[in-house]
Structure formats: C-alpha cells, structure tokens
Design a protein. Structure first.
Length: 214
C-alpha cells in the first residue's frame, strides 16, 4: 500500500510540473530562396555552353551567385524557387517584371511553359513555388498589356553594373498588413559578350545576392 501511495504521488508531481512548464515554442520557419544558378566553379557566365550545369540552390545572406541566363538553359528569365509552408509569398519590384504560372512551376522554355502565365510587378504564391523575373533592361521573355514586346524595342535599356531590387515578403494569410518575413534581393546586370553585338546594353547574365533578411 505504501508503494502505491508513493507511486501515485510521483505521478501527481509529474503532471503538476507539466502543467506549470510552458510548452516549447514552434521552431521558427525560414523563407528559403533558391535561384536557378551556375555551378559555383563558373567565374565568367560568358563561358557557358551546352554542357554547363545549372541547379536551384538555397541562397545565403550576403552570398553572391551567378544566375542562369535569361534565355537558354532550358528556361526563360531568372527563375527562383521560394519555400515557406503555411504562408503567402509576395514579390514586388519597380523595374523587374514578375511572372507566375499554373501551380507556380518554373518558366520552362516550351510552348506549354509559356501558357497561362500572369505578368506584373507584384505577384504572390501560396506556400512554396516558383516565380520568374525579367529585369526590364535585360534580354528575355516579357509581356506588356498581354502583348509580347520584341526584344530590341524595350523602353528601359540596361547596362553592365545596373542594379535591380526585389522585395520578398511572407504573410501568414492573404490580406494581412504585417509580414512575417521581409527579404531583399539585389540583381546586377553583367556584361554579355556574345548577345547580338549590335545591342551591348542588353544582357542575359545577372548576379543575385540576398542583401537583407528579417
């Protein structure tokens, strides 16, 4: 009987401690930004060829990577994969056109990959998915008022060293006023030595850097 009482007291003590101890908070989720980039061993994007490898790789804060060209590498524009389960991911920019498609898939260079895409300067996806980005001074697939703009008639020519900024925010729910996460991406136009010599102000090559995350 004495042992039973001791056992019962132990159980009561354990339950009491669990009642007063705060439950551990959920592990903080992180927005993962994975651009489609060259292999880290590539130093000059102008040296790429059909054997060059590209992949979606997570971007670390203050890390500079070379993005796959805006045309070629089986895709159009600068493709980025965003991961954040249980939130709404919104990207905005003043001079970078953004596009998303069915199921937020990559912008494959196929007829099917061009269908059903939505273009603008502020786009969002639910949970995780892909967005494609086109700096207005670069070379790639772009639309204005649902009309494809010829590559050599763009009103905002670029130049090597030109910078573009993309703001990425994560909200718990659509329509929320305050974001959970805010990040800023910097794109820098690089020299393109082989893109139609008559148009040196355009380029297929850009570097990308995650310059802020909070």
């Amino acid at each position: 009987m004495r042992y039973f009482v001791l056992f019962l007291c132990s159980v009561i003590c354990i339950l009491s401690l669990n009642f007063f101890i705060d439950a551990p908070e959920d592990v903080e989720r992180k927005l993962i930004i994975s651009p489609y980039v060259f292999d880290e061993g590539v130093m000059d994007p102008n040296e790429w060829d059909d054997n060059t490898k590209f992949s979606f790789e997570p971007l670390e804060l203050n890390e500079v990577r070379l993005m796959a060209p805006t045309s070629g590498a089986d895709m159009w524009n600068l493709n980025i994969f965003f991961e954040y389960e249980g939130g709404v991911i919104e990207a905005t920019a003043e001079d970078v056109q953004i596009s998303v498609g069915a199921n937020a898939r990559p912008f494959y260079n196929t007829e099917e990959g061009h269908k059903g895409r939505s273009f603008g300067y502020s786009k969002y996806i639910n949970d995780s998915g892909y967005m494609a980005f086109h700096p207005t001074g670069g070379y790639g697939f772009v639309e204005k008022d649902d009309i494809t703009i010829p590559y050599f008639e763009k009103p905002d020519p670029g130049y090597p060293g030109k910078k573009y900024y993309i703001t990425v925010k994560v909200y718990k729910n659509a329509g929320d006023e305050w974001p959970i996460v805010t990040a800023t991406l910097e794109l820098i136009q690089l020299e393109d030595k082989t893109l139609f010599n008559r148009k040196s102000d355009m380029s297929r090559f850009f570097s990308i850097e995650l310059i802020s995350y909070e």
